[in-house]
Ligand binder design. Structure first.
Ligand code: NAD
Length: 342
C-alpha cells in the first residue's frame, strides 16, 4: 500500500480521467486540483471528475498556494502541448519540491526543439532531487516507445515505418484546436501558415526518441500536413464537423540519416473516422533482419491510453534518477493494476 500525494493540474478530458484512475487505485490521495477554467474554479474535484464520494478538495487557480504545501508528491500535468507553455508550471512545481508527470507532447523530448529549456528543467530538477517525465500515448508510446521495444530482437535495421490511424473523439478542445478540427479548408491552411494549427504535436520528439535509442543521427527531418475533409457529418463530445469541414489532419514525418530515409511516421488524425468506413489501427514495420511487422486493430485508444500511461508512470518514477527524463529512461513500461476494494 502506497501513500502517493498527487496534484491534478489541468482538469480537461485527460486530467479528469487521470484523477479518476489514480483514485480508483486507492494508493494515496489527491492533495490539490488546479485549473484556470472559471467554470471549474471553486467547485469540488469530485463533482468535476464524476467521483461518487466527496473529496473535500476545491479546484483553484492559485497554483502556488497548492504547491506550497508539504512537498514529496507528484504532479499530473495536463494543461498544454507545448514546452514553453508548461515551463512555468514545471518550474514552479520543482521549486516547491514536486515530481512532474506531464502529457505535454513536446515534453516527451523537449531537448529536440527547445534545448535551452530542456537544460533549464533538467538543472532545476537535479538541484531539487526531483524527476520530470513526459509521457502519453503518442508521443510517449505508440510511435516511439513501442517502436523502440519492437527493435529489440533485430540484428540490423534499414528502415522503420509506423502508422497510427486514430480517432480524436476522446480529446478535449485543446487537441481539436491544434488539429484544426471543425475549420474550413481555407481556415485550416491559414492556421497552418500562422502556426495556430499544427497537426500532430510530437513528431520531432518521436523521431528523436527512436533515433537516440538506435544510435542513429538524423541529418534531416521533414513534415507534411494536409486536411482530412469530412464527407459525412461527424460528432464527438467536444465538436461537430459538418460535411465539407475539416475532420482532422493527415500528418507525416520523415527522418533521414546520411541522406537515406530511415524513419517514416504517418498519422492521419481525425474525429470519428468510422463515420466514413475508416478503421483505426496502429501499424509498425521494422525493415531489417528479421523484418518485424505489427498490427493492432483497432487503435490503442488514445484517451484511455494517455490516461493510463500517465497514471501507470506513478510507481515507476521512483526508479528514475532526478532530472529531466524520457520514456527511454524508464524500465519496461507496464500497467499498474492496483484497484480499490469495493
Ligand atoms: P483539454 O482542453 O480538455 O484540457 C486542458 C485543461 O487544462 C483545461 O481544463 C484548461 O482549463 C486547463 N488549463 C489550461 N491552461 C492551464 C493553466 N495554465 N493552468 C491550469 N489549468 C490550465 O485538453 P486534454 O484533452 O485534457 O489534453 C490536455 C493536453 O494534453 C493537451 O495539450 C493535449 O494535446 C495533450 N495530450 C497529450 C497526449 C499524449 O499522447 N502525449 C494525449 C492526449 C492529450
Amino acid at each position: 500500500m502506497h501513500d502517493y500525494h498527487i496534484i491534478s493540474w489541468g482538469l480537461g478530458a485527460m486530467g479528469r480521467g487521470m484523477a479518476r484512475l489514480f483514485l480508483e487505485k486507492n494508493q494515496g490521495r489527491i492533495v490539490g486540483a488546479i485549473d484556470t477554467d472559471p467554470d471549474k474554479i471553486g467547485r469540488d474535484l469530485a463533482e468535476i471528475i464524476g467521483w461518487p464520494e466527496p473529496l473535500a478538495l476545491t479546484v483553484t487557480d492559485a497554483a502556488e498556494t497548492v504547491l506550497a504545501q508539504k512537498p514529496g508528491g507528484m504532479i499530473l500535468l495536463a494543461t498544454s502541448s507545448f514546452t514553453r507553455e508548461v515551463l512555468p508550471q514545471i518550474e514552479l512545481a520543482l521549486k516547491y519540491g514536486w515530481d512532474v508527470i506531464t502529457i505535454a507532447e513536446e515534453m516527451s523530448a523537449p531537448q529536440v526543439q527547445t534545448p535551452e529549456l530542456a537544460e533549464a528543467i533538467d538543472r532545476l530538477a537535479r538541484e531539487q532531487g526531483r524527476v520530470v517525465l513526459g509521457t502519453g500515448i503518442n508521443p510517449g508510446f505508440v510511435l516511439d516507445t513501442l517502436v523502440v521495444a519492437l527493435t529489440a530482437p533485430c540484428l540490423s535495421i534499414q528502415k522503420i515505418r509506423a502508422e497510427r490511424v486514430n480517432d480524436l473523439s476522446p480529446f478535449g478542445p485543446t487537441v481539436m484546436a491544434t488539429q484544426g478540427v471543425g475549420t474550413t479548408v481555407d481556415e485550416f491552411e491559414r492556421g497552418l501558415a500562422d502556426g495556430t494549427i499544427v497537426g500532430h504535436v510530437g513528431f520531432p520528439q518521436s523521431l528523436h526518441l527512436i533515433a537516440t535509442a538506435l544510435g542513429w543521427e538524423l541529418d534531416r527531418i521533414e513534415e507534411e500536413r494536409e486536411p482530412i475533409v469530412a464527407r459525412e457529418r461527424r460528432q464527438s463530445p467536444y465538436v461537430v464537423v459538418e460535411p465539407g469541414r475539416v475532420a482532422g489532419c493527415r500528418h507525416i514525418a520523415r527522418g533521414y540519416s546520411q541522406g537515406r530515409l530511415v524513419l517514416e511516421l504517418i498519422h492521419p488524425q481525425q474525429v470519428q473516422p468510422q463515420a466514413e468506413g475508416i478503421s483505426t489501427g496502429d501499424y509498425i514495420t521494422i525493415e531489417g533482419t528479421p523484418t518485424i511487422s505489427m498490427q493492432i486493430q483497432p487503435e490503442i485508444p488514445g484517451g484511455l491510453g494517455t490516461i493510463a500511461m500517465a497514471v501507470n508512470a506513478i510507481p515507476l518514477l521512483a526508479k528514475l534518477k532526478p532530472g529531466l527524463r524520457t520514456m527511454l529512461d524508464l524500465p519496461v513500461p507496464r500497467a499498474w493494476l492496483q484497484r480499490r476494494k469495493k
